[in-house]
Write a protein that binds this ligand. Structure first.
Ligand SMILES: [Zn+2]
Ligand SMILES: [Zn+2]
Length: 331
């Protein structure tokens, strides 16, 4: 990764907004992309690329037809869809076959200014742009609780206490659900407890499954969410789920996992995948960040200036247990 000069973006035309002073969160998918593990077949983009899909900034200028005033803090919905393919026609453009994510398929937020379609630019009542940038990871939590149909009567186990697991925890707690977060790191569990969740150290799959089922009242877990992508955890989520329960897969991975076929027939499980989120859910995420700024701020463990972006990625990738969320800030 290197810092280079690129041409200035053009003046925003109709339906466009020029955003500057970006704050950008770095996440696991950035590591996968940077190390070349997101191939074209897996839906990844090509190099060279300006990374950054968890982006907030301020409006520099808005094209004709936009009401956004210069200086307004905004969070950016990173996904564009084609509107033509089956998932788009089925009303799920977040899984579009031709989707384009900023920072992966087209240039993203790790630059001084970025031109965006106006309907991807969401005003946010939050002065700290680093916190505002968390609207994107929070939007994954919104999508997860929507897909899992999580409500006030649910007992939800979240495997993985990283930023996405914490985001699911936050949104599920807001919906009134009881939540148990499982992670190997005590430090991460503390944050979940502050949101009113129960917490458990990841030990062995058998122990975790048994404890989770007991925690849920002995009948199994109504909703199990995997936010790790680790085969052992995915398997544990399926094993701990109650009959008629839901398993929500949020953690990304290219790994394969062995599952007992009978789990799905005998328990009639709903296995639900989560991919980014829709525009309406992004708006919900912006509102969730506004309501929970103090909690969301705690997700940010490290900050770097834009000039030190290469160092920031390197640091995040080589210190996975120390890093919760790295945010890179523009000037
Ligand atoms: Zn991300
Ligand atoms: Zn499409």
């Amino acid at each position: 990764m290197e810092i280079v000069d690129v041409p200035e973006p053009h003046e925003p035309g109709p339906g466009e907004v020029l955003v500057g002073s970006m704050a950008v969160g770095i996440c696991g998918s950035d590591y996968h992309f940077f190390s070349g593990h997101l191939t074209e077949e897996a839906g990844g983009g090509q190099f060279p690329r300006i990374q950054g899909h968890e982006v907030a900034g301020t409006v520099v200028a808005a094209g004709p037809g936009s009401e956004l005033e210069p200086g307004r803090a905004v969070a950016l919905y990173p996904l564009s869809s084609c509107g033509e393919c089956y998932p788009c026609r089925a009303g799920r453009p977040n899984t579009c076959d031709n989707f384009q994510l900023i920072g992966i398929h087209v240039d993203g937020g790790l630059q001084e200014q970025l031109l965006m379609p106006a309907d991807h630019v969401f005003p946010i009542e939050e002065d700290d742009l680093g916190v505002a940038a968390m609207a994107e990871p929070i939007s994954i939590g919104v999508r997860a609780v929507t897909r899992g149909r999580i409500g006030a009567d649910d007992r939800v186990v979240v495997l993985g206490g990283g930023p996405i697991g914490q985001s699911v925890c936050l949104l599920a707690r807001e919906r009134g659900a009881e939540v148990l977060v499982v992670d190997p790191q005590e430090k991460r569990l503390g944050l979940s407890r502050e949101m009113g969740a129960d917490a458990m150290r990841w030990t062995t799959p058998d122990e975790v499954v048994q404890h989770a089922r007991e925690w849920a009242g002995g009948e199994g877990v109504p909703v199990a969410v995997d936010a790790t992508g680790v085969p052992q955890a995915v398997r544990a989520a399926v094993d701990m789920a109650a009959s008629a329960g839901r398993v929500v897969q949020v953690g990304m991975s290219g790994e394969e996992v062995q599952l007992r076929v009978g789990s799905f027939t005998e328990k009639e499980l709903d296995m639900l995948g989560v991919c980014c989120c829709g525009g309406g859910e992004f708006a919900e995420a912006v509102a969730a960040v506004e309501r929970n700024a103090n909690t969301v701020r705690r997700l940010i463990s490290h900050e770097f200036e834009l000039e030190r972006a290469p160092e920031a990625i390197d640091f995040a990738m080589s210190n996975p247990s120390e890093v919760m969320k790295v945010v890179i800030r523009g000037a």
